[in-house]
Design a protein around this ligand. Structure first.
Ligand code: HEC
Length: 93
C-alpha cells in the first residue's frame, strides 16, 4: 500500500511507513514527513541575542530564510512564557 498522508499536524506532513502497518496489521502509526509551513529554530546565545531574552529565532520555508517581518513576530509571542525562559514546550512534567 502506498503511504497515506494524514493531516494531524499543521507543521509536518505525516507519513505512514508500510513496514509499521504490516507489523501492526492495521493503520496505526505515523511519523513526521516533510515540513509544510516551514521549520522553526531557537538558538540560545545570551550575548548575541541579548535583546530577545538570549534567544535567536529562525524560520526557513522550503530551505530559505523567512522574511524579516516574519522574524519580528517571534519574540513578542514567546515573551508570554518569559518565566520558562521563553520556551513553551516541556519534555517532561
Ligand atoms: C502567536 C504566538 C507565536 C509566534 C508569533 C511564534 N511562536 Fe513559536 N511557539 C508558540 C507556541 C504556543 C509554541 C508551543 C506550541 C507549539 O509547539 O505549537 C511555540 C513553539 C516554538 C518552538 C519550540 C520550542 C518552544 O518554545 O516550545 C520554537 C523553536 C519556536 N516556537 C520558534 C518560533 C519562531 C522562530 C518564530 C518566528 C518565526 C515563532 N516561534 C513565532 C507561539 C508562537
Amino acid at each position: 500500500m502506498s503511504s497515506k498522508k494524514g493531516s494531524r499536524s499543521s507543521r509536518w506532513s505525516s507519513e505512514r511507513p508500510k513496514e509499521s502497518e504490516k507489523a501492526f496489521g492495521r493503520l496505526q502509526s505515523f511519523v513526521a514527513g516533510p515540513p509544510k509551513n516551514g521549520v522553526q529554530f531557537m538558538v540560545k546565545d545570551s550575548r548575541k541575542y541579548a535583546a530577545a531574552g538570549g534567544w535567536g529565532f529562525a524560520q526557513f520555508d522550503d530551505g530559505k530564510p523567512a522574511s524579516e517581518a516574519v522574524h519580528n513576530t517571534c519574540f513578542s509571542c514567546h515573551a508570554t512564557v518569559k518565566a520558562r525562559d521563553f520556551v513553551f514546550n516541556r519534555y517532561a512534567p
